[in-house]
Ligand binder design. Structure first.
Ligand code: LHQ
Length: 250
């Protein structure tokens, strides 16, 4: 099972379970996650990762860079996942247990509360393989941390530590690793016994106040990704990742 689903005391816990690949997202895992969020009736959802990582974004083993239709995958698989999180009438917590990279970082940023273990890092890894930020990252990042930091994160593709992310306002909280699971459980339990209607309305108000048009920005991401994905730099970027070497872009 690539997605572990567990519900207890009002908390639906969704665990990305491909630890051998840092929980990279396959098509099947995206679909299972989207369906689990859409069908949720719990008071709170927690998304987390098995093993040492949270999520490494798109499974690059599943992508043939010479033939992949990135625009279709973004429109048909990533956008519905992000929109399911936004539309969920209950708080969605990203419990970032370890590295969150590429679409995995932006999956976390789409959630309502991000709690990260101190050892976790967030990487807008896209440029490392010749791509642009997607999964809503180009919408959420500048709103969360401002243009200068969003631009640096996207162009430099360097890891941002959980503490830095907290200081920048990119996430709610970074917690010492030893306390991480306890803090997540306590926050989830507190929300699960909170006033469900007020929390749902509060979430909707804050989302609404962010301004902009997420769907339009995600459409721009999909067409920019189609252009980036059609360039030889993407083929080189994926080849370099697979061979564990530095890419030589054109
Ligand atoms: C992986 C992955 C991975 C497969 C680690 N896939 N195996 C959307 C639309 C459609 C297509 C294109 O893209 C997108 C959006 C995106 O998300 S693009 C961005 C995709 N993600 C990345 O570029 C991140 C790639 N991963 C990494 O940079 C590193 O693995 C991180 C920084 C996440 C972790 O580094 P380390 O802690 O040093 O671990 P590692 O690199 O040794 O990874 C452990 C294993 O996981 C390794 O396999 P192996 O068999 O050698 O043990 C990796 O190959 C595998 N893995 N990410 N995305």
């Amino acid at each position: 099972m690539t997605l572990l689903v567990d519900e207890a005391e009002g908390v639906l816990r969704l665990t990305l379970n491909r630890p051998e690949a840092m929980n990279a997202l396959t098509s099947a895992l995206r679909l299972a996650l989207t369906q689990a969020i859409r069908g949720a009736t719990a008071r709170v959802i927690v998304i987390t990762g098995a093993g040492r990582g949270f999520c490494a974004g798109q499974d690059l083993a599943e992508v043939d860079p010479a033939a992949a239709d990135l625009e279709r995958v973004l429109r048909e698989e990533y956008e519905p996942l992000v929109q399911a999180i936004i539309a969920a009438p209950m708080p969605v917590i990203a419990a970032v247990n370890g590295v969150a990279a590429g679409a995995g970082a932006n999956l976390a940023l789409a959630c309502d509360l991000v709690i990260a273990a101190e050892s976790a890092v967030f990487i807008q890894a896209f440029a490392r393989i010749g791509l642009v930020p997607d999964a809503g990252g180009s919408f959420f990042l500048p709103r969360l941390i401002g243009m200068a930091r969003a631009m640096g994160a996207v162009l430099l593709a360097e890891p941002v530590t959980a503490r830095q992310a907290e200081a920048w306002g990119m996430i709610w909280q970074a917690v010492p690793d030893a306390e991480f699971s306890g803090v997540v459980a306590a926050r989830a339990a507190a929300l699960a016994s909170g006033p469900a209607l007020a929390l749902a309305e509060g979430k909707r108000l804050i989302r609404g106040a962010m301004g902009g048009d997420l769907a339009a920005q995600m459409a721009r991401e999909a067409s920019a990704q189609a252009r980036a994905g059609a360039h030889p730099d993407f083929i080189e970027g994926v080849a370099a990742f697979r061979a564990k070497r530095k890419p030589g872009f054109l």
